[in-house]
Design a protein around this ligand. Structure first.
Ligand code: HEC
Ligand code: HEC
Ligand code: HEC
Ligand code: HEC
Length: 402
């Protein structure tokens, strides 16, 4: 049985020009003590430009919508729910983005609506907030790190040489805090920050004793944490997995000297594509010994800013090609209605299009669009993920629609 960890409510942080943020909560015990679900709060924004509106998406609300919009009658998420449609938890992979949700929903909508009509299920309205919340729910069902294994964590504590300097309840070396006094047990990022800051101590000691660098994977970090948080001396430590706004990330990336070896945060995106935050944290740890100079010291919270920033770059920057999107817009017949005011289709202007708006527009206007398309003999469009991103980039491109 997995042990559930009490958890503070993740706090929304809506300051500044947020690119995207997520608060990821670890296993959360409900009042009934039965649930081991995870709450996710994502801040989604189109990366299109400054001033883009940010939507705070909450997986708990999304879970409720999944029921109130009747999705649950036909779909299950990880085994719970109906089986007329596919299990959505299983379909969603780690590269799941808002644009990919939008493209699958568009592709399947006519069949889905027919199934709904057959069963007399009303297509209830879904606004942008609803679409964002649903996304957060699907995301939480799939994207999380595997839960930690305390037994493995216990072995790692010795095998990775932590036990060489740290006691559990009592200090075993003068001046070195035992685990019971650590402040860094809230989540993997805080732990990574503390470990990173003391890497110089470790270099020296390890060199002396000829111990290899104690590399850790994301799973190792989770296992270590579950073990350390549930010792007699630490039990009750609040667990919390939160990402920061990431808005200072670029500045930290500069000031910590990452730019000495990496061009920019975005340049790392392909290398860390599809990784969870914990995995990126573990990678940071693993390459501490590769830093030629002394690794920079991180003040409290800076590691979180930096990693959130890197993670958001690779995860949400789903930048499409506006030129190709223009061709998609024509080839899928969008232009035929939306470029001709006599059809009554609104001119799609503005710069706030995202996967989220495409999902809500589909749910909101789709049935009427489908009728019009049928009467004009236009086939319902299908998109792959790339085409959806390109289309969004085109709709957002400056000067279009003027
Ligand atoms: C009456 C049954 C029904 C309801 C209600 C329903 N769906 Fe579906 N859904 C389907 C069917 C059937 C398919 C597969 C359609 C196809 O194969 O083209 C589908 C496909 C999908 C897909 C694509 C899955 C994939 O990866 O292939 C998504 C995403 C989806 N639905 C989301 C939703 C959401 C969100 C809701 C609630 C707002 C919802 N559905 C409500 C029946 C339903
Ligand atoms: C060579 C000795 C040594 C080893 C090995 C070592 N540490 Fe430490 N650790 C220290 C020292 C010294 C400090 C405190 C001084 C500092 O922060 O630089 C410290 C501090 C910490 C802190 C911050 C504690 C606080 O008070 O909040 C954490 C967390 C930590 N270590 C985790 C680990 C983990 C996890 C491992 C195993 C991967 C490990 N350490 C291995 C020497 C070591
Ligand atoms: C002295 C050069 C150097 C500096 C400084 C440096 N890195 Fe790296 N980094 C590397 C190398 C080399 C790799 C290639 C992967 C490897 O072999 O570990 C890498 C890889 C990475 C990766 C991807 C890991 C992967 O699996 O490909 C991340 C993330 C990363 N670095 C982040 C950072 C951050 C954040 C900083 C600043 C705190 C930083 N790096 C500073 C040399 C550096
Ligand atoms: C047959 C005509 C027709 C075609 C083809 C068509 N649409 Fe529409 N679209 C409409 C109509 C009509 C509305 C407004 C529906 C309503 O108000 O309920 C609409 C609404 C929308 C909206 C919501 C706009 C808003 O202001 O909220 C979006 C987004 C959209 N369409 C995108 C597309 C895309 C992308 C394509 C191509 C894949 C497309 N449409 C193809 C007729 C069409």
């Amino acid at each position: 049985m997995m042990r559930t960890v009490p958890i503070r409510q993740p706090l929304a942080d809506a300051r500044g020009s947020v690119a995207s943020v997520a608060c990821l909560a670890e296993p959360r015990a409900s009042a009934s003590g039965l649930r081991t679900g995870r709450a996710v709060l994502l801040f989604l924004a189109s990366m299109a430009g400054a001033g883009a509106a940010t939507v705070a998406a909450d997986s708990t609300r999304g879970e409720r919508l999944f029921t109130s919009l009747s999705c649950v009658e036909c779909h299950s998420v990880n085994g719970v729910g109906g089986n007329i449609g596919p299990d959505l938890g299983r379909r969603i992979d780690r590269n799941f983005t808002v644009a990919s949700l939008a493209s699958t929903m568009w592709n399947h909508a006519p069949t889905m609506w027919a199934a709904m009509r057959e069963r007399d299920i009303r297509i209830a309205d879904m606004d942008e907030q609803g679409a964002a919340d649903l996304f957060a729910y699907f995301y939480s069902a799939r994207f999380f790190d595997k839960p930690g294994d305390a037994g493995r964590g216990k072995r790692l504590f010795t095998e990775r040489a932590c036990a060489l300097c740290h006691g559990l309840a009592e200090s075993i070396k003068p001046g070195i805090n035992p685990v019971g006094q650590w402040n860094a047990l809230t989540d993997p990022i805080a732990l990574t920050e503390a470990m990173w800051n003391h890497s110089p101590n470790m270099f020296t000691e390890f060199k002396l004793k000829k111990i290899p660098w104690p590399a850790l994977s994301g799973q190792d970090l989770s296992d270590l944490l579950v073990y350390l948080r549930n010792l007699p001396s630490t039990r009750g430590t609040a667990g919390m997995f939160e990402t920061a706004a990431g808005s200072n990330g670029e500045a930290i990336f500069q000031s910590k000297g990452c730019v000495r070896c990496h061009h920019s945060g975005s340049s790392l995106a392909p290398q860390i594509k599809g990784r969870t935050l914990t995995e990126i944290a573990a990678e940071m740890w693993d390459h501490a010994p590769k830093m030629k100079a002394q690794p920079a010291h991180f003040n409290p919270g800076e590691m979180r800013e930096l990693l959130s920033y890197l993670w958001a770059r690779q995860f949400f920057e789903d930048s499409g090609d506006a030129g190709h999107g223009k061709r998609v817009f024509a080839a899928k017949h969008c232009e035929a209605c939306h470029g001709d005011s006599s059809t009554g289709a609104p001119k799609l202007t503005g710069s706030a299009f995202s996967g989220i708006t495409m999902v809500s527009a589909l749910w909101h206007h789709g049935p009427r669009m489908l009728e019009q398309m049928k009467s004009k003999g236009v086939r319902w469009p299908r998109f792959d993920r790339r085409e959806m991103s390109d289309l969004i980039a085109y709709l957002n491109s400056p000067g279009r629609g003027k």
